[in-house]
Design a protein around this ligand. Sequence first.
Ligand code: HEC
Length: 246
Amino acid sequence: MKKLILISLLLLPFAGNVSASGGGVHLDHAPVDVSNKASLQRGAKYFVNYCLGCHSTKYSRYSRVGEDLGLTTLQVEDNFIFTGANVRDQMKIALRDKEARHWFGTAVPDLSLVARAKGTDWIYTYLRSFYLDDSRPFGVNNLVLKNASMPHVLWELQGWQKAVYKEGEKTAAGDPVLDHLESDGSGQLSAKQYDKVVLDIVNFLAYVGEPAQLQRKQLGFWVLAFLAVFFVVAYMLKKEYWKDIH
Ligand code: HEC
């Protein structure tokens, strides 16, 4: 019995991994780097243009984001605020839950903490996995979030993808087995450029999930640098003290 408990404890981390992998779908790795300010600035811009219409990030304020990303108040007002909000306001939206339920059949989640809840790989794969499906209200389905009620808002950039199924193969439930997604080439961007745009958005969401991490990581560097210098001084001091004793 004890052995069994021990084994289950050892396996726990792996159980976590399975549930984080989007229901068995392979998640592509998103090489996020929150120290890349240019990427965060681009991500913020895409986010306010393509996402903030439906999703809030209500735990952040425009002013704080501007400060962290190295932007002036004027730049924030010109590029990020289209609603008449004040630069010190939280990044809320006008869409109410009741209206959202009417339009999408579900409330639209706030995305402040989504990078921490779902993981950056999940969002990265999600935004690249919309495919045409006539049976859905917005004409698209998603590989990572089955029957997602979010439209493919980046379709102009990516174009549309079609599901290609494995020939002659069926799941136990009789559904066709997906082989891959095929692009129709109608997007403004190449697949590589589109991945970069999505990565910038995911990077921004990773930053929004914990804005203090920028300072924390910077501070960490200086703490380690101090310890390294202090080590040399302490070592020299120790040598000096013990010189006469030996
Ligand atoms: C037209 C409205 C709309 C826009 C614009 C929109 N979304 Fe969504 N999004 C939704 C809805 C509705 C859901 C809920 C989907 C569901 O649960 O079926 C959702 C879900 C999500 C989720 C999953 C959250 C979770 O916890 O399950 C993520 C991540 C997400 N959206 C990211 C984005 C990003 C990034 C953008 C901008 C590129 C964006 N969305 C633009 C409507 C929108």
